[in-house]
Design a protein around this ligand. Structure first.
Ligand code: BGC
Length: 442
């Protein structure tokens, strides 16, 4: 057996990522708490419920798990609706909760990364039209100022908005997130306000904390033409990438927002990212189909031969990750992988997925691409939005009824990578022998 290894630069961040609504539980103040109670919104009528009970304090034991398994960083989000439950009122106890969490991370020597908006909105904001309302960016800035003033003592790594592209698509095109709209004009309004909100937050954070490093995260899927020889499939793939992935980050480069037929310059957005937060999960193929009976003119599928996740939600395509990293690099700033993972309750694919995807990061690092960290989604199974509890992304499993954590084999696989700051042939042999030849060809 050849002995070989792939190592990462010193100081590389190894962590997991979570989001407030998905792990905290017991929230009645945001738009998702209402949405979950409407019939038919969430698969099987699931609800976040207690989630991982982080609001009740279980973040402590989960962060112990993270640090005991050699992670050195953690990405989490603060919940706007808890901190500002009313438009004219702050909840100082909620802020203190997050201060405690941050202290808890520092005590454990975990570098914290704080996301300021991860899909949920306070009910009062949603009632005013949420991000469709042109006043929301200014309201977001006020919230961000409050949070940063309260937490800056403990962290300087900020993500303004998580996946604006997914927020827009799911809430305003596909209608599977609140407010459940399918309206391109609303979608555009939302995107332009997310860009404005991000820009306002970026400038506010730097004013309050000059040494801060601020970015957003973008979800990138490797969308390729199903029939590369067919111009219409190629065009569709380009169109999907432009509208889904490029619009938001391009606007942060020079302030120019272009989405479908809309074009607009938002000067305050120019040069508003210090690093690129990249979320990558899968590759999909797109093909044109003649709209027949309904208006759908395309079909999505996964590449032939790729391993498919339990609920057919994603395909295991590590090369797509390399493509995503190359794309992120074109933005000319340091890159942090802010999410990457797979839904896999049985933990059959995850160990291999971990090694092969982290190997792609290593390839990119070795071209000297400025990648500074990798955050796996996620630490413990958590509430998967409109898919409820049907999809399990945790290194640790969660028994939702008893709150018992279940140690999956991937915990040890990832722990070995974090501890080694790299991948060795022994690890792959031990945890994912079926990918050995792909990583260490003989
Ligand atoms: C989101 C997470 C979500 C994950 C897995 C990402 O798009 O940021 O909130 O849990 O995907 O579905």
């Amino acid at each position: 057996m050849p002995k070989a290894s792939y190592h990462f630069p010193a100081g590389f961040l190894w962590g997991t990522a979570t989001a407030a609504h998905q792990v905290e539980g017991s929230n009645t103040l945001n738009n998702w708490s209402v949405w979950e109670n409407e019939p038919g919104r969430i698969l099987h009528g699931h609800r976040a419920g207690l989630a991982c009970n982080w609001w009740g304090g279980r973040w402590r034991e989960d962060l112990d798990r993270a640090v005991e398994t050699h992670q050195n960083a953690h990405r989490f989000s603060v919940e706007w609706s808890r901190i500002q439950p009313r438009p004219d009122g702050w909840d100082e106890d909620a802020l203190e909760h997050y201060r405690q969490m941050l202290r808890g991370m520092l005590e454990r020597k975990l570098t914290p990364m704080v996301t300021l908006h991860h899909f949920t909105d306070p009910l009062w904001l949603a009632e005013r039209g949420g991000w469709e309302n042109d006043e929301t960016p200014a309201l977001f800035e006020t919230f961000v100022r409050k949070v940063v003033a309260a937490l800056k003592e403990y962290t300087s790594l900020w993500i303004t908005i998580n996946e604006p592209n997914v927020y827009m698509l799911c809430g305003y095109v596909e209608g599977v997130f609140p407010p459940g709209k399918k309206d391109f004009n609303s979608a555009y309004r939302v995107m332009r306000n997310l860009v404005r909100g991000h820009a306002a937050a970026y400038h506010a954070i730097h004013q309050l904390q000059p040494k801060a490093r601020v970015g957003a995260t973008v979800n990138y899927q490797s969308i390729l033409p199903a029939r590369p020889w067919l111009p219409i499939d190629r065009w569709l793939a380009r169109f999907a990438r432009q509208s889904m992935f490029y619009a938001f980050p391009n606007a942060l480069v020079d302030g120019r927002l272009q989405l479908l037929s809309h074009r607009e310059v938002i000067p305050a957005a120019a040069k508003t990212y210090d690093f690129f937060g990249l979320n990558y999960y899968t590759r999909t193929l797109i093909r044109f189909k003649i709209p027949f009976r309904n208006n759908e003119f395309y079909r999505l599928s996964f590449p032939k031969g790729a391993e498919i996740s339990e609920n057919h939600h994603m395909a295991n395509v590590p090369e797509g990750f390399f493509e995503a990293l190359r794309w992120a690099k074109s933005y000319g700033k340091p890159i942090i992988v802010t999410e990457n993972g797979i839904e896999d309750q049985g933990d059959k694919l995850r160990p291999g997925y971990l090694f092969e995807h982290i190997h792609q990061v290593w390839r990119a690092v070795n071209f000297n691409w400025p990648i500074q960290g990798y955050f796996h989604w996620s630490l413990v199974d958590n509430f998967e939005w409109e898919r409820g509890w049907t999809q399990r992304f945790g290194l640790w499993g969660l028994d939702v009824d008893t709150q018992v954590r279940i140690r999956r084999p991937s915990v040890d696989a990832y722990a070995s990578i974090c501890e080694e700051n790299g991948i060795t042939s022994e690890m792959v042999e031990a945890y994912a022998p079926h990918v050995f030849q792909r990583l260490f060809p003989s």
